[in-house]
Write a protein that binds this ligand. Structure first.
Ligand code: HEC
Length: 503
């Protein structure tokens, strides 16, 4: 099936994974974007700061430094002592000292740092003022500037806090040589650098908050997606269950229909068979009834005559005795044929009594001499409930079946009589099984039809009588046979209701 349960589960799992991957990917991308964005903001900040310092310094340079009143915080610069006009006095006696651009910047950077704790410095690999000597990161950055870098910008820790540090070069211009020429610099060389360190903590705070919001949003979207997936999966499962139920219903309907057709066909065949049987019996009844009656009396007379001869001729020779026996047997056969004939056309109303199955079968066997080449096996459980039938009629039916079974085994064999109870149906089935010649199915089909016989002798009424008798007692008889293996006749009869229950 296309939509079996494991397939749905697999699809839902795949969809969940795909959805999680999409949401996760988007979240990762967004988080990365935010941290990049915040870094860019820090970079703008650093640039603005450096630009401002440079502008300030350029302003001071443009004025060749500025004169300020010397104080404890800003004493005359010892590194300018070589300048003759470092310290001047105004016309009204006020003292002033020269502040070179670097000095100015240094003072401003150290005393007026920005609100975010920005730290600005100017530094050089060959500082005039040892206080301007570079720290480890600045040294590395200055070296890279000397190799031609236009700007060095990196994240580096200061006192355990991540900072964005940016440095730009100061090149030597002709004007610088006035004070720095003595250090051996030439125009175009890198004099040093100006750098700023921006703490990343506030940017990371902002980014963290934005990332948290992004993550929360993604989480909600992810959950909603999973919810939809769940609903979808449930629907799919329901649809699948419904489809399976519908399929099952259709299958059931088909089966019912087929069964009905089969049943009807069987009923029709049975009805047809019954009709044929009835017609034959009716016709037979007319003839056989009369003939049977007419033959009964002469046969009775013959039977008595033979009995008389046998009693009055005790010393007759063996040949006479043998012939008398033959006559007696043949008369008995004829009487049975007549009895069958009469039974076949008219079955006496059965008088039901409670009969033990084993006794019934044993009595039947006692009245019938089984050929010595046939061994008889009885298979009757002791626990069988009794039958509720006309004992004489059932004995006659069983007798006919026994006789057929023995006839089917001319070369000997095994005759098995077994009985089985079907408690729920309230019936007992007696199987008469032979290991004889067996029958083809066309023969089986006609077996219970009047006047059908496969025997050289016999008029084909034995099984008709069996069927009539069994049916009259509320039972039925069936045959199963295989050519060369033997036949089983199964007689099913009502069992007597258990004691205490009214029949
Ligand atoms: C008026 C003299 C003077 C002029 C002109 C001058 N400087 Fe300086 N510069 C100094 C003095 C003095 C210091 C040390 C200041 C201090 O930190 O006390 C200094 C410091 C520096 C420093 C810091 C490193 C160090 O050596 O201490 C740099 C970088 C620097 N100058 C670059 C320049 C450049 C580039 C020019 C040209 C555009 C220039 N200076 C022009 C006097 C001058």
């Amino acid at each position: 099936m296309l939509h079996d349960a494991p397939a749905i589960r697999r699809n839902v799992l795949a969809a969940t994974l795909a959805w999680s991957a999409i949401v996760g990917g988007s979240l990762g991308w967004g988080m990365y974007g935010i941290s990049q964005e915040s870094l860019k903001l820090a970079q703008y900040e650093a640039n603005a700061y450096i630009d401002k310092d440079i502008a300030f310094r350029n302003w001071a340079t443009a004025h060749g430094g500025v004169y300020v009143p010397p104080s404890e915080v800003t004493p005359p610069n010892p590194y300018l002592s070589f300048m003759p006009d470092r310290d001047v006095t105004t016309t009204n006696g006020k003292h002033l000292t020269l502040m070179n651009p670097a000095y100015m910047l240094r003072e401003m950077q150290s005393r007026f740092s920005g609100p975010l704790g920005e730290k600005g410095r100017i530094t050089s690999l060959k500082p005039l003022n040892p206080g301007n000597a570079p720290d480890a990161w600045e040294r590395g950055a200055l070296l890279r500037l000397e190799q031609g870098a236009k700007e060095v910008s990196e994240i580096s820790d200061i006192d355990g806090v991540a900072h964005l540090r940016t440095m730009r070069p100061f090149g030597v211009e002709p004007g610088c040589l006035k004070c720095h020429g003595q250090q051996g610099y030439k125009v175009g060389e890198i004099r040093g650098g100006i750098d700023v360190a921006i703490s990343l903590a506030p940017f990371r705070d902002i980014a963290g908050r934005a990332q948290f919001k992004l993550a929360t949003g993604h989480g909600v979207v992810w959950c909603v997606g999973l919810l939809f997936l769940g609903v979808f999966a449930r629907r799919a499962q329901q649809r699948q269950t419904e489809r399976a139920l519908a399929d099952e219903a259709i299958r059931q309907l088909n089966e019912d229909l087929e069964n009905k057709v089969r049943e009807r066909t069987q009923q029709l065949l049975a009805a047809q068979e019954a009709l044929v049987r009835k017609e034959k019996l009716a016709m037979l009844g007319q003839v056989a009834g009369n003939v049977g009656h007419e033959l009964r009396n002469p046969l009775g007379v013959m039977s008595n005559a033979v009995f008389f001869l046998q009693t009055v001729l005790p010393q007759a020779d063996d040949i006479v005795k043998e012939y008398l026996n033959i006559i007696r047997n043949e008369v008995a056969v004829s009487e049975r044929i007549v009895a069958d004939l009469l039974d076949a056309v008219h079955t006496r109303e059965p008088s039901a009594e409670t009969v033990n199955v084993r006794e019934l079968i044993e009595q039947t066997l006692r009245k019938y001499t089984v050929a010595p080449s046939v061994s008889v096996q009885l298979n009757i459980p002791a626990t069988l409930p009794p039958l509720r039938v006309d004992a004489l009629q059932i004995q006659q039916a069983l007798r006919n079946l026994l006789s057929n079974a023995v006839d089917a085994m001319p070369d000997g064999g095994t005759l098995e009589i077994a009985a089985l109870e079907n408690r729920s149906a309230g019936t007992i089935t007696i199987h008469v099984r032979d290991t004889g010649t067996g029958m083809t199915s066309p023969v089986q089909a006609q077996l219970f039809q009047p006047l059908f016989t496969t025997k050289a002798r016999g008029i084909g009424l034995g099984l008709v009588v069996v069927k009539n008798l069994i049916q009259a007692n509320g039972g039925n008889v069936q045959v199963e046979s295989e050519v060369g293996k033997g036949s089983v006749f199964s007689v099913t009869l009502p069992s007597a209701p258990p004691a205490g229950e009214t029949p």
